[in-house]
Design a protein around this ligand. Structure first.
Ligand SMILES: [Zn+2]
Length: 194
């Protein structure tokens, strides 16, 4: 039996506050997409080094029901995808660095914590979550963004120099200084830096 053909499909609101309480106990499935700014995600906002225009996440969510063997009710599957950009401190040069993130996840809605705990984990692509009438979908999206953050954010290989040389150095001044200097002194200074 395909429940999707008999159950209504409801479009999710793009309003972040509406995503804080989605009724996943209602006999209906959901479809939606939108954009979340960093300011809509308070826990993520603490991880970013600065805000640039366009920083944030496009999201898409879809739910549908599947029959599962041995269960009296079909399970609701929640699928979502995220794609976005934030800025973090590069751990190599300590300058801001853009971090692009994308993630796709799938969850299965279950009725209680006990069922979630007992859920077979061999299928690690399908994580159980407890359905509720006021499900914090925004919180779940933010969890997944936080999980996908790099432990050690870095510019791509070789890109740090571009930031370092444009930061805090007056190239003209350094040039005149080097011309007047004994080449061996320059060599000594270079060793100190490395
Ligand atoms: Zn860097």
């Amino acid at each position: 039996m395909n429940r999707n053909q008999v159950l209504p499909q409801v479009e999710l609101s793009t309003d972040p506050s509406a995503l804080r309480k989605v009724d996943f106990c209602a006999p209906q499935s959901y479809l939606g997409k939108g954009f979340l700014a960093i300011t809509d995600l308070p826990r993520l906002a603490q991880e970013v080094s600065r805000l640039e225009a366009g920083d944030g996440f496009e999201w898409g969510v879809e739910t549908y029901f599947v029959d599962s063997p041995g269960a009296s009710n079909p399970h609701q599957i929640l699928k979502f995808g995220l794609k976005g950009r934030i800025h973090m401190i590069c751990q190599r040069c300590l300058q801001d660095c853009p971090v692009d993130l994308s993630r796709e996840c799938q969850f299965v809605m279950v009725a209680s914590e006990a069922i979630a705990d007992a859920y077979p984990i061999e299928d690690d692509e399908l994580e159980p979550i407890v359905a509720s009438q006021h499900f914090d979908l925004l919180g779940l999206i933010e969890d997944e963004i936080l999980l996908s953050l790099p432990l050690i954010p870095k510019h791509p290989e070789g890109a740090c120099e571009a930031y370092a040389s444009s930061f805090g150095e007056t190239e003209d001044g350094a040039d005149t200084l080097q011309k007047a200097e004994n080449p061996f002194n320059i060599l000594k200074n270079m060793k100190k830096i490395s």
